[in-house]
Design a protein around this ligand. Structure first.
Ligand SMILES: Nc1ncnc2c1ncn2[C@@H]1O[C@H](COP(=O)(O)OP(=O)(O)OP(=O)(O)O)[C@@H](O)[C@H]1O
Ligand SMILES: O=C(O)C1=C[C@@H](O)[C@@H](O)[C@H](O)C1
Ligand SMILES: [Mg+2]
Length: 201
């Protein structure tokens, strides 16, 4: 009840599971799910983010991403999987702060493994024509994470896969199912919201 129909924004690096986990959270809460990358594609009229970067530019994509987040921020009962880079623009935080923000914090080696498994063609900031896809993705993700980690840490709650694995007695985050991660996200949301309500009362 503390959520009070507010939107929930999932933030995190590329491949962190925002879309996968976000759909589960939406189903549990009876919210609608939106993916901001998909909304940008629809509003620009180009079917992939990679093509938007190619035909226009990253800056053009970012401007449209901000417009999408602005429009979503006036709505209710949505789970929004944001683009991995949405956290870098302060204006986007002014929109996302109207709801609750959750950071899916996934170790970079697990991200690189997931991304290498599906290929980098759909992720323009990681795409390389040659070389080992895991090694290339890992190097680029490391550089991006260094630039962005302080921004991700602005989120209201952090869902750390390392911590979930520790709690469950595993030493490998790759065994965690999207459902287990969604449950932890829901628990973190609840803690954040109840603590905030206690401070107010
Ligand atoms: N818990 C998990 N265990 C294993 N694989 C996962 C898990 N969660 C997601 N994946 C896989 O990792 C890949 C990336 O997941 P997903 O697309 O949900 O991430 P994302 O954060 O939305 O990425 P992007 O920022 O690129 O939109 C997908 O292939 C997905 O099936
Ligand atoms: O991390 C990023 O900067 C990006 C992540 C994707 O979700 C897309 O928004 C785009 O490929 C850029
Ligand atoms: Mg996604």
């Amino acid at each position: 009840p503390y959520l009070n129909d507010r939107c929930v924004y999932l933030v995190g690096m590329m491949g962190s599971g925002k879309t996968t986990v976000g759909k589960i959270i939406a189903e549990v809460l009876g919210y609608s799910f939106f993916d901001s990358d998909k909304l940008v594609e629809q509003s620009v009229g180009i079917p992939s983010v990679a093509e938007i970067f190619q035909v226009h530019s990253e800056a053009f994509f970012r401007d449209n991403e901000s417009e999408v987040l602005r429009d979503l921020s006036s709505m209710h009962r949505l789970i929004v999987a944001t683009g991995g880079g949405a956290v870098i623009r302060p204006i986007n935080w002014s929109y996302m702060r109207k709801g609750l923000t959750i950071w899916l914090d996934v170790p970079l080696d697990a991200l690189a493994r997931r991304i290498a498994a599906v290929g980098t063609a759909s992720r323009p900031l990681l795409h390389q024509e040659s070389g080992d896809p895991y090694a290339k993705a890992y190097a680029k993700l490391t550089a991006l994470f260094e630039q962005r980690m302080d921004s991700y840490a602005n989120a209201d709650a952090r869902v750390s896969l390392e911590n979930i694995a520790l709690k469950q007695g595993h030493n490998d985050v790759n065994v965690l199912t999207p459902s287990a991660i969604a449950i932890e996200a829901l628990l973190k949301m609840e803690s954040f919201l109840t603590e905030k309500a206690m401070v107010r009362n």
